[in-house]
Design a protein around this ligand. Structure first.
Ligand code: SF4
Length: 344
């Protein structure tokens, strides 16, 4: 494994992508980008990152932003607890570290929403601490290099790979960690399609030598998600849509949503229950969270009087002000893209 260090670092010098958060390796931009990248691809993150940094350029502004505005800035990225943890950590940095980002792996790991990988990435890239940063990309590269058929989703496999990397970690630990991640993102691609002929490590790679790229890494999942059926109501009344705020705890907490009911309701049942002036079926949509799957059907309903149970928002307010979870977007987009059919 130690043979990979030099060619990998040389390759990174000439092949690294220009990314907005890479300009000067400062902890705040690296932190925000790492949290955004936890569940989202780089290309998709760029526009959210730019918008976020324009409005919240430093730890202090993040620590003071209102929750509604924060969730709006995070809209589209999903997994909203990440945004809330960012703010919580920014407040902790203001109170406990006088606004200076903590500089050691151990201290960074204390922040909310930061796990071993992110702490390792920030500590090594920004402060050159000799720690590893092992994410899914790195696991894939190491498994292929070693020709290992161990399940990379198991903690013990991760620990084993971390140990191997720690043994070969050079002084430029940050560069090395970034280079491994970059290789995983741009060359050693998932789903059996790595571009091995462009890989600086091909001559040291067991999978390449033995043609195992399609079989490694081994990923055996054991997730059982709860399935829920829902009927989503896009209620329209006198130029406004009904929305409501979700609970302050739990899934999508603090976000706004269209009213919805557990189970599937027929058009007849909704007519009897809500007596709409008009009703239109919006189709079905599915959304998968980490532990729950929502199977939804949506209806557009024009009602005569606005119920006080809901907050009523104009289409513009819904676009600009309220953070609407991605799960509801298919129904919203359908109404929004063909207003002549729905909004009369
Ligand atoms: S040679 Fe291919 S499989 Fe091996 S590390 Fe490089 S890209 Fe990945």
């Amino acid at each position: 494994m130690e043979k990979i260090v030099k060619p990998l670092l040389e390759w990174f010098e000439t092949h690294q992508r220009e990314l907005p958060w890479r300009k000067d390796r400062q902890p705040y931009p690296i932190w925000v980008s790492e949290i955004m990248l936890q569940q989202t691809r780089i290309e998709a993150v760029k526009k959210y990152y730019t918008r976020f940094m324009e409005e919240l350029p430093d730890i202090e502004s993040l620590s003071q932003v209102s929750e509604d505005r924060l969730l709006k800035l995070w809209e589209g990225l999903g997994y909203y607890s990440r945004a809330k943890n960012l703010k919580k950590s920014a407040q902790m940095i203001m109170e406990e570290y006088g606004g200076e980002f903590p500089q050691t792996y151990k201290d960074i790991l204390r922040l909310s929403g930061i796990g071993e990988y992110t702490a390792g990435a920030i500590a090594s890239v920004c402060f050159n601490e000799k720690v590893t940063a092992v994410d899914g990309n790195v696991l894939r590269v190491v498994a292929r290099l070693l020709g290992s058929r161990e399940n990379v989703l198991l903690p013990q496999t991760k620990e084993k790979f971390k140990k191997k990397l720690q043994e070969i970690l050079p002084e430029q630990s940050g560069k090395f960690n970034e280079a491994l991640m970059e290789l995983g993102e741009t060359v050693c691609l998932p789903n059996g399609s790595p571009v091995c002929r462009e890989c600086p490590l091909a001559e040291y790679c067991v999978s390449y030598r033995e043609g195992l790229m399609g079989e490694i890494p081994v990923r055996i999942k054991n997730i059982k998600r709860k399935k829920e059926e829902k009927t989503v109501l896009i209620l329209w009344c006198k130029g406004k849509f009904a929305i409501e705020k979700r609970m302050t705890k739990g899934l999508l907490s603090g976000m706004y949503q269209f009213p919805n009911m557990e189970g599937y309701f027929t058009e007849e049942e909704l007519k009897a229950k809500l007596q709409p002036l008009r009703i239109l079926f919006l189709g079905k949509a599915k959304h998968i969270f980490s532990h729950i799957e929502w199977y939804m059907q949506g209806y557009f309903l024009e009602v005569g009087e606005p119920s006080e149970k809901y907050l009523w928002a104009t289409p513009q307010e819904l676009t600009e002000k309220y953070a609407l979870p991605t799960a509801f977007q298919p129904f919203w987009k359908k109404c929004h893209s063909q207003p002549e059919i729905f909004i009369k």
